[in-house]
Design a protein around this ligand. Sequence first.
Ligand SMILES: [Zn+2]
Length: 377
Amino acid sequence: MLDLTGIAVVDNHCHPVLLKQHMDAVQFRSYFSEASHPSFAEQHVAHTVYYLWMLRQMATFYGCQPIEEDILFARNRLDTDSLIERLLRAANIDTLIFDPAYPLPDECYSPERLGQLGHCRATKMLRLETLMQRLILNYTDFDELVEHYVMELTNVRERGYCAFKSIVAYRTGLNIAEWSKDEALASFNEASAQAKRQGWLRIAHKPLIDYLLHIAFQQAAMQGLPVQFHTGYGDTDTDMRLGNPLHLRPILQRSDYQSMPVVLLHESYPYTQLAAYLAAVYPNAYLDLSYTIPFVDRIEMVAFTRQALSVAPASKLMYSTDGINVPEMHWAGALRARSVIAQVLDEMIDADEINEEQAYQLARQVLHDTAYTVYRL
Ligand SMILES: [Zn+2]
């Protein structure tokens, strides 16, 4: 059995954890579902295979009975800093790359502090739609908005970001089109009026988002900066039909975007085979393999890992957790990924596809090396 415990992971997509970690069972469970309806935390999460597995891992870690009440009692007894520190250290993490736009930053540990607690590097990405929303609230003139938008997207590495992130799959879909400036302006006027009426904005105005995304892609291409796209499985906000990564073909093909690495997040589940195909044929397409969210069981994780490694080069694959809210996610994802990747590579050794040394090298690429290259760590 391949032993990957010595490989320190680069978690190329995760979120901060909450300042308030002491919580009851319903709150804890609510973080283990993409459903927002309260019936899931109350009635269903405790009956999912992922959650049952997680409880067993936690019972071992906290040294208590594998009963939800005892486990939460054991974790809530720890002070929050040491809870986070113990879990992150046990995960053996080299670098955490955060999307700090969610949950709200004032409810969370900062990426810097999490890096200190994890004894690892912490860096972050800039979420484009959040920036768009803020600027639409601030500027009533479209040209002025575009000017400030470009300013905030310039030299972003110097400002501590190593990537852009887009959640357009959650808003208007990955079928990002090209619109004229007049069409974008009309769409902006609608968004702006709505923002003024409400005092806040959830941007879902297709010509406007698409137009501003193309400006960001030009900036990313100039800076050789990766853009992460949410793809596939998400909460009920997303229309999964438009979360299919095949919609990104026009972006992947544009000759002026070739220096912009495109990272397809969350193994594009359940479109993993299609996403692995994209990573196998487009030089700038990369596939993220996320081992906490989506919340699927080990058998399904083995399946998506096998699909990815069977189709795409390991130099196009990157590990993540998508961990969020509670530090158990960042920890469990690392344990799980090492063990699942080892199982799949062992199968490939048994099938006489590769030898042990090659298997270890492929694992190193997925868990660590590819992200170092893509994000220039
Ligand atoms: Zn995420």
